[in-house]
Design a protein around this ligand. Structure first.
Ligand code: FAD
Ligand code: DLZ
Ligand code: SF4
Length: 524
């Protein structure tokens, strides 16, 4: 007799697509889909309230969409009385309920969750099949092949391989479209005075989202972040509307203003699609193909289109490959031995540094900040102030609605903090106040002055920059991209150098370290 018991298909909170490997080819009458809201996931760090609302609401909408399409969905809500609290506990309970002949699950995005899933074959009596997540365009094994025997794992080399493999922005004779692989040099326009960027579509909460907002206010009221406005897309339809608006209104200027920052302008020309891509609501390759079409139709210039495609098939895929390649070590790497605690103002926004205050305000209000804010304002500060990588990792993982460890950790540990010692970046992304002054309007009304180098009114980025360069001289001087900076330092007279170091030290001593309870539940 054939075994007619169903296949149990657990779908995790960031696997919200019908094109998931574990669903493809399955028949509806032979499958029970399991979706689980669990305490362990909601509290392993104290996620921004909007992040929890986004994930639970998107999960509930996706479950409804599957049921409407005729699938059997067993959905466990967080406040279901018998909730086991963990993925493993819930799968065990579902096995009791449905007596499946097998469990088919797609590998998890995160190491921590994958470790738990790896134990399922031994834990459960039925067969467990773990499938690769083929929503990513470069498989984990493919990345490992690419990385093997390479001295340097630069994103640019990886990206060219991906362009060729996917045949995106390539001419018929195998050359990069437009003649160059990378148009970054055209993508550094500072903001104009009268910048008036189109509004990003806002999706008002429906009944399902409102119910989740209540749940989150009730259970996670002490988590960071505001729920005053929650406007993220939570369904595929909404995510597609958000993508339509980006391709109609913003992609043209996406490239040139990619690195520009304006006080109070939280979206600029960015796509604001990361939350939807990471949840599985949007397909990354389809977005790149739409961008390519926009170029072919003359709707957007090559520097915008190439820039957007590079972020997705380049950076996003590379970051994911890098994560799996270097885990679990990446989590504890601290090659610059940075030991300072994260300042409290990262949680409260209470700082006179106008650039940081604005990025933190956007982070609190929207669970979002755009790339250059994450990299060159918040990240640069953490790097040159020597903040401990673990504390910075926790902060980024908590505060952004698009944050999952696979994408947060390499960006934080390797890209901004150089904690991996240079596997990802050729040099630390350290910068003085000059950079922020050039690329933003923040400094005009700041209490500090970007042109003052030392003393009370000096922009803190200026002395911190030299403090960082000085304390890491042994490691960085031999780096050919950094070495010449030390000639400038050595040319300054002794008093000037001491002034820089004293101003930086005075500023560092004035910082109040954050209460650990912001990021994690602290046991008494
Ligand atoms: P756009 O500027 O419109 O870019 C288009 C898409 O490219 C994004 O939606 C995203 O999918 C992809 N992308 C761009 N840069 C990166 C990158 N460095 N790594 C991976 N994907 C990229 N992105 C996350 O999705 N989750 C995170 O937790 C996250 N943490 C970050 C932490 C730091 C320190 C830094 C420097 C960057 C981080 N990023 C993260 C990358 C990037 O900042 C966000 O993807 C981007 O700001 C999302 O906004 P957007 O959709 O408007 O992006
Ligand atoms: C981030 C998150 C949260 C807050 N809650 C859940 C949840 O209750 N159920 C779920 O399936 N996933 C959740 N997630 C996402 C997971 O923590 C995890 O990031 C992904 O499944 C990737 O491994
Ligand atoms: Fe930021 Fe310095 Fe400019 Fe103030 S002066 S906004 S601290 S870069």
């Amino acid at each position: 007799m054939p075994n007619t018991n169903p296949i149990l298909v657990p779908i995790l909170g960031d696997q919200l697509t019908r094109n998931l490997a574990s669903l493809r080819g399955r028949t509806k009458d032979d499958t029970v889909i399991l979706m689980m809201e669990v305490w362990d996931e909601a509290t392993y760090v104290k996620h921004h309230k909007q992040k929890i609302v986004l994930i639970f609401s998107a999960m509930r909408h996706f479950a409804a969409e599957l049921r409407d399409a005729g699938w059997t969905v067993d959905y466990v809500k967080l406040d279901d009385g018998d909730n086991a609290g963990s993925f493993t506990g819930e799968v065990a309970r579902a096995i009791e309920r449905h007596d499946p002949r097998a469990v088919h699950v797609v590998e998890a995005g995160e190491w921590r969750v994958q470790q738990a899933i790896n134990e399922w074959p031994d834990k459960f009596a039925c067969e467990v099949e773990i499938l690769p997540d083929d929503r990513f365009l470069c498989g984990r094994a493919e990345f490992a092949d690419w990385a093997e025997d390479r001295d340097s794992l630069r994103m640019e080399t990886f990206y060219r391989m991906m362009r060729k493999k996917l045949d995106i922005l390539m001419t018929k004779d195998g050359k990069p479209e437009g003649g160059d692989w990378n148009y970054d040099k055209d993508n550094r326009k500072p903001p104009k005075d009268d910048m008036d960027t189109p509004d990003v579509p806002k999706f008002e909460p429906d009944d399902t989202t409102r119910e989740v907002i209540e749940l989150v206010e009730d259970r996670f009221g002490d988590h960071f972040g505001s729920l005053e406005k929650f406007l993220w897309p939570v369904t595929r339809d909404e995510a597609e509307k958000a993508a339509d608006a980006f391709f109609a209104e913003r992609i043209e200027k996406f490239g040139p203003y990619q690195d520009a920052m304006v006080h109070g302008e939280d979206d600029m020309y960015h796509s604001m699609l990361s939350t939807s891509i990471n949840l599985g609501l949007l397909d990354p390759l389809e977005l790149c193909e739409r961008a390519e079409k926009a170029y072919e139709n003359g709707d957007a210039p090559i520097n915008s289109v190439e820039g957007f495609i590079r972020q997705i098939i380049g950076w996003r895929e590379y970051i994911r490959g890098f994560y799996w390649h270097f885990m679990p070590g990446l989590e504890s790497d601290n090659k610059l031995n940075a030991q300072r605690g994260l300042p409290e103002f990262f949680w409260t926004g209470e700082t006179d540094m106008r650039c940081l205050a604005d990025c933190i305000r956007s982070t609190r209000e929207n669970a979002h900040a755009h790339h250059i804010q994450r990299l060159m304002v918040l990240g640069n500060f953490c790097l040159i102030a020597g903040i401990n990588p673990r504390e910075v990792q926790d902060w980024y993982l908590v505060v952004y609605a698009d944050a999952y460890q696979w994408v947060e950790l390499p960006n934080v540990s390797a890209m901004i903090l150089y904690a991996d010692g240079g596997k990802l970046a050729t040099k630390p992304y350290a910068a003085s106040g000059n950079y922020i002054n050039k690329m933003s309007d923040y400094c005009k009304e700041c209490r500090y002055s970007p042109s003052k180098k030392t003393g009370e009114d000096a922009c803190p980025f200026n002395p911190l920059y030299w403090h960082f360069m000085d304390r890491h001289r042994d490691r960085l001087e031999s780096n050919h991209r950094v070495g010449r900076i030390y000639s400038n330092w050595d040319r300054m007279d002794e008093d000037k150098r001491q002034d820089y170091l004293d101003t930086a030290q005075g500023f560092l001593d004035s910082l109040t370290p954050a209460d650990k309870g912001w990021a994690r539940v602290v046991e008494d």
